[in-house]
Design a protein around this ligand. Structure first.
Ligand SMILES: Nc1ncnc2c1ncn2[C@@H]1O[C@H](COP(=O)(O)OP(=O)(O)OP(=O)(O)O)[C@@H](O)[C@H]1O
Ligand SMILES: [Mg+2]
Length: 153
């Protein structure tokens, strides 16, 4: 069953905390799509997830490289930013299948640019400006995703 949760994030720190709490409810791999306009806070949310898995540095947007790999103590995390992807087919040439493996956490900004060549999302996180802060909606796209949202509720 599709499940969804909605929270208000009053500032950047709240977005990081939300990413951390999502990560704390993951015990395996995951495909997460991040939805939202330019500057919505998608990378900020990813920073929270990466911190929860042991990353302490900055999180740069892999806009030109398309993907930034993080081999962390707890998990392998791949952060995609497909904004500059010209043609979804290019994902084949970059060996997309090697990234989307069981146990890997794949975070994908601008997933619509890779339509047809990306695996389906377990979760979709949508960030929308609201009252000075942001509204975060997390929706499930698979059974695994529903389990995670249920845990977070
Ligand atoms: N809850 C929030 N309230 C107010 N500002 C926020 C919030 N969360 C993040 N921001 C701010 O939004 C700005 C853009 O954040 P971020 O780079 O994460 O966006 P993005 O969605 O990844 O953008 P892009 O589409 O360019 O990749 C940053 O300045 C960040 O501090
Ligand atoms: Mg970004």
């Amino acid at each position: 069953m599709q499940k969804q949760l909605e929270i208000h994030l009053q500032d950047e720190a709240a977005t990081v905390v939300a990413g951390r709490s999502l990560a704390e409810n993951l015990d395996n791999g995951l495909v997460l799509y991040l939805d939202g306009v330019l500057g919505a806070g998608k990378t900020t949310f990813c920073r929270g997830i990466l911190q929860a898995f042991g990353h302490s540095g900055a999180v740069k947007s892999p806009t030109y490289t398309l993907v930034e790999p993080y081999e962390l103590a707890k998990r392998k995390v791949f952060h995609f930013d497909l904004y500059r992807l010209g043609d979804p087919e290019e994902l084949e040439y970059m060996g997309i299948r090697d990234y989307f493996q069981p146990g890997h956490i794949c975070l994908v900004e601008w997933p619509e640019k890779g339509r047809g060549f990306l695996p389906e999302a377990d979760l979709i996180a949508k960030v929308v400006p609201e009252a000075g802060g942001r509204k975060l909606t997390i929706m499930s796209g698979s059974e695994l995703g529903s389990t995670i949202v249920a845990r977070m509720l």
